[in-house]
Design a protein around this ligand. Structure first.
Ligand SMILES: Cc1cc2nc3c(=O)[nH]c(=O)nc-3n(C[C@H](O)[C@H](O)[C@H](O)COP(=O)(O)OP(=O)(O)OC[C@H]3O[C@@H](n4cnc5c(N)ncnc54)[C@H](O)[C@@H]3O)c2cc1C
Length: 445
């Protein structure tokens, strides 16, 4: 194992993760006071809020990602390393990659979170979640392939199962996915097939809690539900998935559904790196941090973004959203500069600028604190904010061009299937035939 020790008389800050938190910390620390090493296991920063658009064929991977090395190009004391951190020793002050180790004076952990299957690890293969580009491309492959297979399928029950999509989890990602699949089926591909009618497609959004988009005021989540229904999505609240197999989903609170495509948008599990600090973590693996974002007992280790757990002014945990990670990244950068100068560290305060979620074309909700919006106006606000925060002029231009084209032509530009086109497994004979009809959504609330 090689020690990557870059000799210098300046303190070295190692940042693990170049997501929203890590990149903002790196930019804040990008002056002459210290050396910075940014490590990520992928070579690109990913704009996760638009990932569902790659998964549903509206955008291409390159539209929402940007090389980390290029983002940090002008920070001359900042190195970018491609590699996966697999261990941390807080006593020796080192992080370990597969073949190298890197000493640090200060460590910022910004490694984010992945989806959690609540102990049902075997569901992951059948019901992919959406976190990285690989996930998005796999989901896109499955959605498009299900229509292709349905076109070739002669047996009605199997065809019906192929045209049934179940999205589990009614948070923003589940709502976005369900709305987009319904639009693909009922607007985009409506004239493209000869044996099937894509408008027969059933999209079921199953949420375990009493309502979708539970972090929004009830009035807005009701509007979102009705916008989803208008798009043809069946919204099932109080409906917990209890079993997922290759050809069906069983629920507590609803009849089983025969389906060949299940997408997971239900739970979050923080990066395992948090546990490697040896500090306490909560049930989701997040590291509780001090008000200055350091870890208790480890004053030179900071955890930010989705991997950190901190309560806001209202006493409630800060949400796992990009603005929290970005603000924490900037704050931790400032605090480390203060520590280097021997000044006391400052507590972090989150400035909440509002909450947005989109349901699809011309439909969104926005809770901006002083005003609540829905419909077209909220959708315009959603479009504006997402283009504004994308990194890179090319990405902004590409996304706006794709959106304009999609809006005018009702088309999606990235309807490509990569990989094995036979890989969707055929349903077993006994399961496709005896499925119950989905109940109207109101009966599941
Ligand atoms: C599908 C989806 C949609 C979302 N939509 C929204 C939205 O609309 N609005 C919003 O505000 N938030 C949204 N979020 C949440 C938001 O993206 C996160 O809160 C935010 O990305 C957290 O930033 P972070 O820096 O903590 O982690 P991330 O941005 O996840 O970055 C973590 C980085 O760490 C790297 N990494 C992880 N483990 C290792 C390792 N062992 N070694 C090296 N590198 C590692 C990863 O490759 C990644 O680049 C969404 C998230 C998802 C998944």
């Amino acid at each position: 194992m090689a020690i990557l020790d870059y000799p210098s008389d300046r303190p070295r800050i190692v940042i693990v993760g170049a997501g929203f938190g890590g990149l903002n910390a790196a930019k804040q620390l990008g002056g002459d006071e210290c050396d910075v090493v940014v490590i990520d296991r992928v070579n690109h920063h990913l704009f996760q809020p638009l990932l569902y658009q790659v998964a549903t064929a509206a955008l291409s991977p390159a539209d929402i990602s940007y090389p980390i090395r290029a983002v940090l190009r002008n920070l001359k004391r900042t190195r970018t390393l491609l590699g996966e951190v697999v261990g941390i020793d807080t006593t020796l002050r080192r992080v370990y990659l597969h073949e190298d180790e890197i000493p640090y004076d200060y460590l910022i952990l910004a490694a984010g979170a992945r989806h959690s299957y609540f102990g049902n690890k075997e569901w992951e293969r059948i019901a992919p979640g959406l976190k990285g580009l690989d996930d998005a491309l796999e989901i896109r492959r499955r959605i498009l392939l299900a229509f292709e297979k349905a076109e070739r399928e002669v047996e009605p029950a199997r065809r019906k199962a192929l045209l049934t999509f179940v999205v589990i989890g009614g948070g923003p990602t589940g709502v976005e996915l369900a709305g987009a699949i319904a639009e693909i089926a009922k607007q985009v591909m409506v004239d493209d097939f000869r044996s099937i009618d894509p408008t027969d497609t059933r999209v079921i959004l199953a949420e375990g809690g009493p309502r979708i988009l539970a972090t929004f005021p009830e009035e807005l989540s009701k509007k979102a539900e009705s916008a989803l229904r208008d798009k043809g999505v069946w919204v099932w609240a109080n409906t917990l998935a209890t079993e997922i197999t290759e050809d069906r989903v069983a629920f507590k609170g609803a009849d089983p559904v025969a389906t060949r495509t299940v997408l997971w948008a239900a739970g979050v599990q923080a990066s395992p790196l948090g546990r490697m600090l040896g500090a306490a973590t909560d049930r989701a693996g997040r590291v509780p941090v001090e008000p200055d974002l350091s870890v208790k007992g480890l004053p030179n280790v900071f955890v930010i973004g989705d991997l950190a757990s901190l309560n806001g002014k209202d006493g409630k945990p800060l949400p796992g959203v990009a603005p929290v990670a970005m603000q924490q990244g900037r704050h931790v950068g400032k605090n480390i500069l203060r520590a280097i100068e021997g000044k006391p560290l400052l507590p972090f305060e989150y400035r909440d600028k509002g909450n947005l979620a989109t349901i699809g074309r011309a439909a969104a909700i926005a809770d901006l604190g002083f005003v609540r919006l829905s419909g077209f106006v909220a959708w315009m606000a959603w479009l504006f904010v997402h283009v504004l925060y994308l990194i890179g002029f090319r990405n902004r231009a590409a996304v706006m061009l794709n959106w304009t084209w999609a809006y005018l032509k009702m088309q999606r530009g990235a309807r490509l299937i990569y990989g094995d086109v036979e890989r969707l497994v055929e349903p077993s004979e006994h399961s496709a035939g005896h499925e119950a009809e989905p109940e109207p959504a109101s009966q599941h609330r």
